[in-house]
Write a protein that binds this ligand. Structure first.
Ligand code: SOE
Length: 380
C-alpha cells in the first residue's frame, strides 16, 4: 500500500490489492440493512444497492448510504465497481442471481436458503468452485462466541459422548391470519417455509457444534393458519407454519426438533441442548451471553468474554464481558470472515455454499418425509 511520507495508514482487512472491498446489496429489506451494517463493520464500502425498481433502488441507496443506486440487479452484478455481491432477495431469485454473479467473477454472500432445490444448490456449489471465488451463506448463529465455546467443549471431549441433541426454533411473527410475508407463497419462498427458513439454522448450528451429521429423519408439518389475509380477501396457505423432526446422527445420537413461526411470545428463540455422557451444553439465542453447562453435581453459566472460554471461542468476542453482543455482531463476524477469505486469510467455521447445499438436502428430506410420514435417509 503506497502512502505519502508521514501519513499513517491502517490497512483494512477488507481489501483486495490496495483498495478496500466494494460491496453491492441486492434487496434492501430487513436483512439487507443488516448486511449493510456488517459490510461497514468489516471495513468494506457499500458501493451499490439494487431493488426491484430503479425508484426503489434510489430510495434504498439513500436509506443505506450506498455510493450509487443500480437500476437493476444485472447492472450491480456486472459493475466493475463491485467486488462482493450480497444477495438478500426473495428465495426464488437466489439461484439466477448467484449464477450471474459467479459468471461475472464476483465473490458472493447469498442469504439462506441458497436455492429452492437440491439440484439448484448442487449447480451453484459447482459453479462457485469453478469460478474460484469466495462463496458464503449466512448461517450466522455459528458466530455467537458461546456457540463456539460449546463447539470447543465438544471437540475437547468435555461433554463426553453425545447421546441426545434436541431443541427448538420458535418465532411468533406469523401466528395470526393477518400476518403476511412473501415466504408464505411457495412460488417465491419455495415448497418449505418454516423449516427452510429457520429449521435449517438449527440443524446447521447443531451439526457445526457437534460435528455430527443427521443421517435419517422423520418429519411432520403443520399449517396452523390455513388462510391468510391477502388484499381484500383471504388466500389459502400452502406452506408449513411449523414442523417437528426426530432424527439419528452418524455419531450414534438421537435428536428432536420443533420449528414454529406461530408460537406466541417467542421472537427468535433458537435453543439447543447437547446431552453428553459427562455434561449437557445448552445455548439460547435469546440469552446468548452465557452457555449453560450441566453435570450431575453442578451447573455453570460460562459468561461470554470471560477467561473460562477457549481462545477459539473468543475470536468473535469483541466487547468485554458484561457488554452484551448480539445478532448484528454475528453478522459482522461472518462478513469479516468472508472479507478476510477474499484477502487470502480463510477463517475456521465460515459457512460456504457447501453448507447451503447441506441445508437444501435436509429440507428435501423433511418435505419427503412429511409427504408420506416415513423415515428418510439424508445424503451427507
Ligand atoms: C425470519 O424467519 C428470519 O428473519 C429468518 O429469515 C432469519 O434467517 C432468521 O435468522 C431470523 O428470522
Amino acid at each position: 500500500m503506497t502512502s505519502t511520507p508521514g501519513q499513517v495508514t491502517f490497512p483494512s482487512t477488507a481489501q483486495v490489492g490496495t483498495s478496500r472491498l466494494r460491496s453491492g446489496i441486492l434487496g434492501a429489506g430487513f436483512i439487507g440493512e443488516v448486511h449493510a451494517r456488517a459490510i461497514r463493520a468489516a471495513g468494506g464500502t457499500l458501493a451499490a444497492v439494487a431493488e426491484a425498481t430503479p425508484a426503489g433502488s434510489e430510495a434504498a441507496a439513500r436509506r443505506l448510504g450506498a455510493s450509487w443506486a443500480a437500476p437493476d440487479a444485472e447492472a450491480l452484478i456486472t459493475s466493475d465497481d463491485v467486488d462482493v455481491v450480497h444477495i438478500c432477495t426473495p428465495n426464488h431469485l437466489h439461484a439466477p442471481l448467484v449464477k450471474l454473479a459467479l459468471e461475472s467473477g464476483k465473490h458472493v454472500i447469498c442469504e439462506k436458503p441458497l436455492a429452492v432445490s437440491v439440484d439448484q444448490a448442487e449447480q451453484l456449489v459447482a459453479a462457485a468452485a469453478s469460478a474460484g471465488v469466495i462463496s458464503a451463506v449466512p448461517f450466522v448463529y455459528r458466530y455467537y462466541p458461546t456457540v463456539r465455546e460449546a463447539r470447543s467443549r465438544v471437540a475437547r471431549g468435555d461433554a463426553g459422548t453425545l447421546r441426545l441433541l434436541h431443541g427448538s426454533y420458535l418465532q411468533d411473527w406469523l401466528s395470526s391470519a393477518s400476518d403476511q410475508n412473501w415466504r408464505v407463497d411457495p412460488t417465491l419462498g419455495g415448497a418449505s417455509r418454516a423449516f427452510a427458513d429457520i429449521g435449517v439454522h438449527w440443524c446447521d448450528v447443531v451439526e457445526f457444534t457437534t460435528g455430527h451429521r443427521i443421517t435419517a429423519l422423520t418429519a411432520r408439518m403443520l399449517t396452523a393458519v390455513p388462510a391468510r389475509q391477502s388484499g381484500a380477501g383471504m388466500r389459502a396457505v400452502g406452506t408449513e407454519d411449523a414442523a417437528t423432526l426426530l432424527f439419528e446422527t452418524d455419531g450414534g445420537a438421537l435428536g428432536s426438533l420443533v420449528v414454529s413461526q406461530v408460537s406466541p411470545g417467542r421472537k427468535n428463540r433458537l435453543w439447543f441442548s447437547l446431552d453428553g455422557a459427562e455434561n449437557s451444553l445448552v445455548f439460547d439465542q435469546e440469552l446468548p451471553e452465557s452457555l449453560w453447562v450441566g453435570s450431575r453435581d453442578a451447573t455453570r453459566l460460562i459468561l461470554r468474554g470471560s477467561s473460562a472460554m477457549a481462545p477459539e471461542a473468543l475470536r468473535h468476542s469483541v466487547l468485554p464481558a458484561g457488554h452484551p453482543q448480539g445478532y448484528q455482531d454475528c453478522f459482522n463476524g461472518l462478513v469479516s470472515d468472508v472479507y478476510n477469505a477474499v484477502s487470502g486469510e480463510p477463517a475456521d467455521g465460515m459457512p460456504t455454499f457447501v453448507d447451503g447445499l447441506r441445508a437444501a438436502r435436509l429440507t428435501s428430506a423433511v418435505l419427503a418425509s412429511a409427504a408420506d410420514q416415513s423415515w428418510v435417509e439424508v445424503a451427507s
